[in-house]
Each structure stands twice: as C-alpha cells, then as structure tokens.
Design a protein around this ligand. Structure first.
Ligand SMILES: [Zn+2]
Length: 423
C-alpha cells in the first residue's frame, strides 16, 4: 500500500478543515473516486474509500455550516436581504440573547443617506423630528433592502407625511413586518454618525501661522449634525470604486470584505467614528492595521496596510480612546506577509472595513458580518477632517478639536469601573 500519498492526504485534511475549502474538497473527492475505481489492492481500496466518505462528509458539513451561519460564502446569497426574518438566529448564544441579527446586506446609496440626513437636520428642532436611520429603514422595507431603484420622491412621500403631521412614523410602520429588522440593522451601521457635538476654539492656531486668529476667537459651540468623518484627511487626493466582495488570492480563496481607497504614502488616516482601539499591530493580510470599536460595540472599524516604519499615531495603543476626526495613522502598502513591516501590496491604499456585531459570538469566525463601505465613504466624503503636520515629530494633528459626548460618557463609565475595582 502506498503510505506516502496516504500521509499527504491526511495532511491535506488537517489543513483544509479550518479553511472551509469546499471547491477544493469537491475537486479532491473526484481524484479519490478515480483512485478507488482503478486500484487493484483491496486494502488500498478500503483506505481510499474511508477517506472518500470522510471527505464527502466534511464537505457536506462545511456546506451546511456556511449555509446555516451565513459565513463569508453567503455573501453570494442575497436571499437574506429579501427575507430578513430568516437571517435572525433563534438559537441562544453565550451572551444569553437568543434573537440577534445574523446577516446584513448594506446596500443603501449615498444619495438616499444624504436625503434622509437632510430631513433629519431640517426637522431636528421642530416638534416632528425625523430620525434619518428610521427613515432609511422605511425605504429598506419598501425596496427589500436593495436601493438600486431608489427615488428621492419615494422618501419625500413618507417624510412629508410626518412633517405635515398627517401621520407619525409609528403609524406608517405599524404594519411593516420587516421594519424592526431594517431599523436595527441600519442603526447598527449608522447609529454613531449623527448627533450633538461641541466644536472647541481653534487649538492649533498658535502653532500654525496659516490659520488666522479670527478663526481662533470665540467660545466652544455646540452643534447637531454629521459627526463622523471620511477616513481620508481633507486635501489628500484618493481614487476608489465599488470593490466589495471581489475575490482575492493571497493565502486562500476569500472575498474582499472592505473598501480600498488609493492615494499617496503618508496620507493621514482619520478615525471615522469615536471609539476605543481594540487591536493594533501586524496581521499577515492587513499588514500594520488598527481596529477601532464603537462605544456601543456594534461597529468594528478596520484600517489596514498602514505605512512601513511609521504606521500609527505614536500615542495610540490598545485601549486608547479616539475621537472622530483624530489622525490615527498613515497610508501605506504593508501586508500580505508573515514577516512584520514588509511592503508586499502593489498599490498604495487604505483598506477600510466595517464589521457589525450584534452578539459577541459574531466578532471572530463563521458569523462575521462585513458590510460594503463604498457608499458609506461616498456619503462621508462631505465631512473630511483637516490636519496639519508637526515638523518636530512628523506627526499630523487635526486642526479643529471636537468634543463628542459619546467619548465623555465612555470615559465617565470606565473611570467609575476603575474606582469600583480598586475598592
Ligand atoms: Zn482592501
């Protein structure tokens, strides 16, 4: 009996299992089938047959798992958007919450986001305020999550009814079976984007002669509106296109779960939303990368391929708190290497990703939900943060400081926790 090929196949099994290589498994199954048919020794036939059955079982199991838990492969499966109820998990998880969303296709266009945001702004100080995310959720129900055929008139029809006090959001949505799903899903994506914030008097004005002292005058101002930023600093050019889900080949076959923004080395990378640094360091795919979690823990922002030698703002470490608009790092092309600090990406770009987490079990593994960020970054391009370079440290800093109440809240809570731990 040929022992070496058997060992080879055993090794293949072991490394194929965690990667869910279904197409390769099917290919390998065919080879084994031919072996069984043409082999003379009954013993070899028996061994190969056992392997064949195991492999077919594994393929069936991985197919079942990926189908059941909406793994990366079900990006191809758009039925989740049309039947959102089916994408809720009914099994209970570690955290105890039984009914959480397990799949989201975020197909809202920047045009729709803009329209909804304008209604929110316009109605904010009236007695019929419209929450832009809820308004988008109503549209989500109407289009089954697919905004390809979005028309501004569809949204104004709903918004005007509320503004003219002909109807309320509750009345409009009470018979919409999937409103709660779309509302929760879109809140998870956009929940930290709009709100109150305070603009501080210009702090960089003393160190930067380019800024007139006029802008530095006056007290802190509180405003309401978009407080999330484009990940690319103001004045730095970039190009991009809709690239979510296209296939990538480094390592093993997988899909592109983010959005690439091509620009120049050293372009300051901006924190889109306030949050805390959950991971910072080298990853074989992402190179130097930063992962920032929103305070409500529903969003995980992923900024990858940062600059060789000087990837991050030097003050950052895991656990650091950042405010939306802060410079967190610099564009580069590191990654695709097991060795640290290597430029192995051909095109200089930022890989920007957003993961949704409804239940902590979805953070890593088969249940991960990554959404398309192309339309999001288009929407955010109206709010780009201006930064200035400190020649002494070579570090870039924002010009306009901002106080996000979400940051203040988080600091208050974590201080309270620290005190109770000490007691
Ligand atoms: Zn990318």
């Amino acid at each position: 009996m040929d022992f070496i090929p058997f060992l080879f196949r055993l090794m293949y099994f072991i490394q194929a299992i965690p990667h869910n290589l279904i197409p390769v498994n099917i290919y390998f199954t065919n080879i084994l089938l031919i072996l069984v048919l043409y082999m003379k020794s009954t013993f070899s036939k028996l061994i190969v047959s056992i392997e064949l059955i195991t492999l077919m079982g594994l393929a069936a199991l991985t197919w079942y798992q990926s189908h059941n838990s909406s793994s990366l492969l079900s990006l191809l499966d758009h039925s989740a958007a049309r039947q959102p109820a089916a994408s809720r998990n009914t099994e209970s998880s570690d955290s105890g919450r039984a009914d959480f969303i397990k799949w989201v296709d975020f197909n809202v266009t920047s045009e729709a986001m803009n329209d909804a945001y304008q209604y929110d702004l316009k109605s904010h100080d009236t007695d019929t305020p419209i929450d832009w995310v809820s308004l988008l959720a109503v549209m989500g129900v109407k289009y089954g999550g697919d905004f390809k055929n979005y028309k501004s008139s569809d949204m104004s029809e709903v918004a005007d009814k509320i503004l003219n006090k002909e109807s309320t959001l509750e009345e409009i949505t009470k018979d919409m079976k999937y409103f709660d799903y779309y509302n929760e899903a879109y809140q998870a994506v956009l929940g930290g984007f709009v709100g109150e914030y305070t603009i501080l008097p210009n702090s960089s004005a003393q160190t930067n002669p380019d800024i007139t002292t006029k802008e530095n005058e006056g007290a802190a101002k509180t405003a309401y509106g978009l407080k999330a930023f484009s990940p690319i600093a103001k004045g730095f050019p970039y190009t991009d296109y809709d690239d979510f889900g296209t296939s990538r080949s480094f390592g093993f076959r997988r899909q592109h779960l983010g959005h690439d923004m091509m620009g120049q080395i050293g372009t300051p990378i901006i924190a889109v939303e306030s949050g805390y640094v959950e991971c910072l360091g080298w990853n074989r795919y992402g190179g130097w990368r930063i992962g920032i979690r929103s305070f409500d823990q529903k969003r995980y922002y992923y900024y990858a391929h940062l600059r060789q030698n000087f990837p991050y703002n030097k003050s950052l470490k895991e656990g650091s708190v950042v405010t939306a608009g802060d410079v967190i790092g610099y564009m580069g092309h590191t990654g695709y290497s097991d060795k640290e600090n290597v430029n192995n990406i051909d095109i200089i770009h930022l890989h920007f990703g957003m993961q949704l987490i409804f239940d902590e079990s979805q953070k890593d593994g088969n249940g991960e939900i990554w959404i398309s960020c192309y339309e999001l970054t288009r929407f955010l391009s109206q709010n780009r943060c201006e930064a200035v370079k400190d020649e002494a440290t070579k570090e870039w800093h924002r010009i306009q400081d901002l106080i996000d109440p979400a940051v203040e809240n988080y600091k208050k809570i974590s201080n309270k926790n620290k005190i109770t731990k000490q007691e």
